[in-house]
Design a protein around this ligand. Structure first.
Ligand code: ATP
Ligand code: MG
Length: 220
């Protein structure tokens, strides 16, 4: 599963677990985007913070794992390059690229779509506001044999988005229960998403810090 993961939240995790179950996947590899072609550097937090949050979120699921291929690769992050890399890492494996139904439309309009669909299947998770019928209509221009490589998957309608979580932190509103607790703590500890300022280094030292409401938080 690819994404900016800024921050990772339960929408991502529920979609990944749903796909793992439905498609009988051995594991799900979470791949934080390096430099997404459609987002500028100012718009996303440094990769090291997104990696830390992703690692914290994956702890409780033995089927979930992580790859830093995109953040290590220089230049813009194209999904097709990432899928090539995954094929090298897992030779002979059948690959499924899990994504939200909104993102699948973007990905398939981005870059080398036929090549991409010949390398892996796509699993498009529904997200509130993006109906599966719309997706099928929008992709109607693709040849049938490629369309067959795209599966759609119903996940509980989770209206959670990273954009909303960032806005909530900025406004001092709660983010509890939208994302794993360890990720919530990391956000407050490091001071992510406040006033648009991004701290220079992840703070991994076990020091107390303040939550949005001024409470003193426990250590990670
Ligand atoms: P942002 O609001 O910053 O765009 P996001 O919540 O969309 O963040 P991304 O990291 O952009 O998260 O998403 C990674 C992938 O997860 C995308 O394919 C996206 O469509 C999917 N996704 C995000 N939120 C959900 C959700 N609540 N339910 C299902 N899929 C989701
Ligand atoms: Mg998004």
């Amino acid at each position: 599963m690819g994404g900016t993961f800024d921050p990772i939240h339960y929408g991502h995790l529920v979609a990944a677990e749903g796909a793992r179950y439905q498609f009988r996947l051995d594991k799900v590899v979470f791949i934080p985007a390096g430099r997404p072609p459609h987002k500028t550097a100012q718009e996303i937090s440094p990769a090291r913070h997104r990696i830390m949050m992703t690692l914290l979120a994956l702890q409780s699921n033995p089927h979930f794992t992580f790859s830093s291929v995109e953040v290590e690769r220089p230049g813009p992050s194209y999904t097709v390059d990432t899928v090539h890399e995954m094929r090298r890492c897992f030779p002979g494996a059948e690959l499924y690229f899990i994504t939200g139904a909104d993102a699948v439309l973007e990905i398939l309009s981005w870059y080398r779509v036929e090549e991409l669909l010949s390398l892996c299947y796509f699993v498009a998770a529904t997200r509130p506001g993006y109906r599966l019928e719309n997706l099928q209509q929008c992709l109607g221009g693709l040849p049938g044999h490629l369309l067959q490589r795209i599966y759609t998957m119903e996940v509980p309608a989770l209206a959670i988005s990273s954009t909303d979580i960032r806005r909530r932190v900025r406004e001092g509103r709660p983010i509890k229960y939208l994302l794993p607790e360890a990720v919530e703590r990391y956000i407050y500890r490091v001071g992510l998403y406040r006033d648009g300022a991004v701290p220079a280094e992840p703070l991994l030292a076990a020091t107390p810090c303040r939550a949005a409401d001024g409470r003193e938080e426990e250590t990670l």
